[in-house]
Design a protein around this ligand. Structure first.
Ligand SMILES: NC(=O)c1ccc[n+]([C@@H]2O[C@H](COP(=O)([O-])OP(=O)(O)OC[C@H]3O[C@@H](n4cnc5c(N)ncnc54)[C@H](OP(=O)(O)O)[C@@H]3O)[C@@H](O)[C@H]2O)c1
Length: 372
């Protein structure tokens, strides 16, 4: 298990960058389509984290709304809802808040000096964890990883989002920009205690979601290659489980850095490979491969297969036929199901291949039931 979870920050802002207005009522900046998008994000995470002031101010439920998504999680052996997580220095939390309602595991990371009072106040409504004095966000993340949280969704508020960004602890930021202004300096904005992540974020996607504009940025160590590959590894977590095939994620990125398609194993059909699904999404029928693929890079958590029992065309075959000039992968295929020498075959076909072995362990961990 990696030492900390993949951390996805998610928030909605007004067009002038505010996270809320200055009134005590909760302001919903997203529309129904965007709330549904966030529901899907929640369904793909092991934990949802908000700061204690958001618990106090907004009283969020932090549950998955669509029962089909909860059912999908249950079918994969996961709890119906992700764990709810908060952090507090004061311990000033009301056990009647919706955060403490049954339905999901509740974890409260509390600074040592407030622990005794918080324990008296919260009783057994949550698991209370001593997070040090001062509270250490690094400790919180490694403790979450030890509890099996591989993917954490941080939904606010201003201070918590700012802390994660400033400390370089975020892997992804999903910013939904609403089509109105707040124009009130008393309202909260992202509250960065430091200069923020070094260097620019990698803009991976811009999308209209109902009335909001979604900006999806990748952050974290390394340049764009490293970041896109980490995203591919994250996609592999969404694979329907299998005892006879690997779980793999793939991202196809165009010449300008725009994401053209994503895929994961068994996403559409039982024997699907991740690269195959992503390329199928871009197929143009009789017109042949999407011309943008001639300048694209495909990122795959596992080296594309060069031999395959389930279908006649290997992923190497699909990539070469599509004219993709570059492949980046994390994990070399262990000789478990086939002897495919995918990287060598790609190079022999003139495809540039980059291996980022420092991400191999993350990609393997998703397949720990096959390769312990
Ligand atoms: N637009 C959006 O997407 C969105 C999403 C969520 C929230 N919001 C808004 O954001 C606002 C709340 O943001 P906020 O900045 O006031 O609060 P916040 O980030 O939700 O929570 C801050 C609190 O978390 C605890 N905390 C955070 N970092 C800590 C650390 N390193 N050590 C110890 N404790 C720590 C402290 O709790 P204690 O005070 O208990 O010590 C601190 O006061 C609300 O207006 C809410 O509506 C907007």
């Amino acid at each position: 298990m990696p030492s900390r979870p993949y951390v996805l920050l998610s928030c909605a802002t007004s067009a002038d960058g505010y996270l809320d207005d200055a009134t005590p009522q909760r302001l919903i900046l997203s529309g129904p389509a965007d709330l549904d998008r966030v529901d899907e994000l929640r369904a793909g995470c092991d934990a949802i984290l908000v700061g204690a002031r958001t618990v106090r101010a907004d009283n969020p439920r932090l549950l998955i709304r669509d029962p089909r998504r909860s059912a999908r999680r249950a079918a994969r052996g996961l709890p119906a809802h992700p764990a709810r997580v908060t952090l507090t220095a004061t311990g000033d939390l009301d056990p009647r808040a919706r955060f403490f309602a049954p339905g999901a595991l509740r974890l409260v990371y509390c600074a040592t000096p407030a622990l005794t009072a918080a324990r008296a106040r919260l009783g057994d409504s949550a698991v209370l964890i001593d997070a040090g004095d001062p509270l250490s966000v690094d400790f919180m993340l490694s403790d979450l990883a030890e509890r099996g949280v591989a993917r954490a969704l941080v939904e606010g508020g201003a201070r918590v989002l700012g802390e994660f960004l400033a400390a370089g602890l975020a892997d992804e930021l999903n910013l939904a920009v609403a089509p109105f202004f707040i124009a009130d300096p008393a309202a909260p904005r992202l509250d960065l205690p430091g200069p923020g992540p070094g260097g620019p974020m990698t803009l991976a996607e811009t999308r209209r979601v109902g009335e909001v504009a979604l900006l999806r940025y990748l952050l974290g160590p390394g340049g764009p290659d490293h970041r896109f590959l980490r995203w591919a590894v994250e996609l592999s977590r969404l694979c329907p489980p299998s005892d006879s095939a690997f779980s793999v994620g793939a991202v196809v990125v165009g010449e300008e850095g725009e994401v053209l398609a994503t895929g994961f194993s068994r996403e559409q059909e039982d024997h699907d490979h991740a690269e195959e699904v992503a390329l199928r999404k871009l197929a143009q029928g009789k017109l042949g491969p999407d011309p943008r693929l001639r300048h694209a890079t495909i990122y795959s958590s596992l080296v594309p297969c060069g031999a395959r029992a389930s279908r006649p065309v290997t992923c190497v075959g699909h990539i070469v036929a599509a004219g993709i000039p570059r492949v980046v992968f994390a994990w070399r295929e262990p000789r478990l199901f086939t002897d495919g020498e995918g990287a060598e075959q790609l190079r022999a076909a003139g495809v540039a291949v980059t291996e980022l072995p420092d991400l191999a362990e993350r990609a393997r961990a998703v397949n720990a039931h096959l390769v312990p």
